[in-house]
Design a protein around this ligand. Structure first.
Ligand code: GLY
Length: 374
């Protein structure tokens, strides 16, 4: 048994690693426990969209949180590059949300209005403007252009974060945390299959697997399987992410395009790459960008998003469990929200007051529905 650590972070995905790295930057001794390899699950599967405006459906705290995290990204990747030499390929190339019918165009124009009022930049482009800038896409009724959304190369981001935490924290891979126990609400004992660690501060960032460790999250956090694939255009490619309904095409600097994604709430932790999902994604890609129909198929894969009841994350200290913090339920936005989540956890641990728009994501928002205890 050892108590050499100020903080134990459980979970080596993008949220756990960003938080551990941030906490280590304050001089804390941080232990990061990861049951597999760092970034083995949803974080590496992600398409890497930074869709702060794309992924939000109304003004409010979630929109503000997404914009805030997007605004942190340049510094975040610059610092990671300085620390590790790995460039996570942040791309500020904007996103087109395509209208394939007149009704969709009207809905996107309304969307543009509230986004501008809420502080985002957005512009509605005519079909001619869309065609001139993205000749591979389908005949359309225009597009909502979100110039400040972008994308990142998720596997490179994970590589950079893995190097950063291995330099600044103690990282144990293949070390599954199986219980967190407290006897006096002051010290926590975190057990793996072979060791016990004592600390005063714990962060649980185990994504869709969080209920395994915190049974009170059962039914509140659950896996939402997503399937993606990648293609390599033979000639011209897209300049920016194109999104329509549930389908996105994200061009990467390596010349491939990531096509996503399915959403399956019933699949649990199933890992099958399904033929019908591949077919659905290819059909959708063909509908959105017929100019890519002769692209070369590269591969298909799955990830388990950490879904939550309201599709928003839970970040902060659990009621009745001082200095036991969670950062889970980021659903479709773990990559985007990693920098702001790390800041929120640091302020939570240091008991600094949170701005109002962060408070909407505190676990206390649901504590009236039932006890949240470990
Ligand atoms: N962030 C997009 C997705 O989860 O499919």
């Amino acid at each position: 048994m050892t108590d050499a650590f100020d903080v134990i972070v459980i979970g080596g995905g993008v949220i756990g690693m960003s938080s551990a790295w941030r906490l280590a930057g304050t001089g804390r001794r941080v232990l990061l426990l990861e049951r597999d390899r760092t970034g083995a699950e949803a974080s590496s599967a992600a398409a890497g969209m930074l869709g702060a405006q794309l992924e939000t459906s109304s003004p409010g705290p979630f929109f503000q949180l997404c914009l805030e995290s997007r605004s942190l990204y340049q510094n975040y990747v610059d610092e990671l590059r300085e620390e590790t030499g790995v460039d996570a390929q942040l791309n500020h190339n904007g996103i087109y949300q395509l209208a394939l019918t007149e009704t969709e165009a009207h809905a996107l124009q309304r969307r543009m209005e509230w986004q501008i009022q809420a502080g985002g930049r957005a512009q509605f482009l005519s079909s001619r403007e869309v065609y001139e800038s993205e000749p591979l896409v389908a005949r359309n009724f225009g597009a909502l252009y979100l110039p400040d959304d972008g994308n990142i190369h998720a596997p490179l981001l994970i590589r950079a974060l893995s190097l950063a935490v291995k330099r600044t924290c103690t990282v144990l891979e293949g070390a599954e945390a199986i219980s967190i126990v407290t006897h006096n609400s002051l010290d926590y004992t975190v057990s793996t299959h072979s060791e016990k660690y004592v600390t005063r501060t714990v962060v649980v960032a185990t994504g869709a697997w969080a209920p395994h460790l915190l049974p009170s999250l059962t039914g509140r956090i659950r896996p939402v399987k997503g399937q993606l694939l990648s293609i390599r255009p033979r000639r011209a490619t897209l300049q920016r992410t194109i999104f329509h309904h549930h389908t996105y095409l994200v061009p990467k600097r390596d010349g491939t395009i990531v096509v996503g994604a399915t959403e399956d709430k019933e699949a649990g932790f199933n890992r099958d790459v399904r033929a019908d999902a591949v077919q659905y994604l290819l059909d959708s890609a063909q509908q959105v960008a017929p100019g890519l129909s002769d692209a070369v198929f590269v591969r298909s894969w799955i990830g388990h998003r950490p879904g939550s009841e309201d599709a928003h994350p839970w970040i902060g200290e659990l009621a009745e469990s001082p200095q036991l913090h969670v950062a889970v339920g980021h659903f479709r936005n773990g990559i985007l929200l990693a920098p702001v989540t790390a800041n929120m956890l640091l302020d939570s641990i240091e008991r600094r007051p949170w701005p109002v728009h962060w408070q909407a994501f505190h676990p206390a928002r649901v504590s009236h529905e039932g006890e949240v205890t470990i």
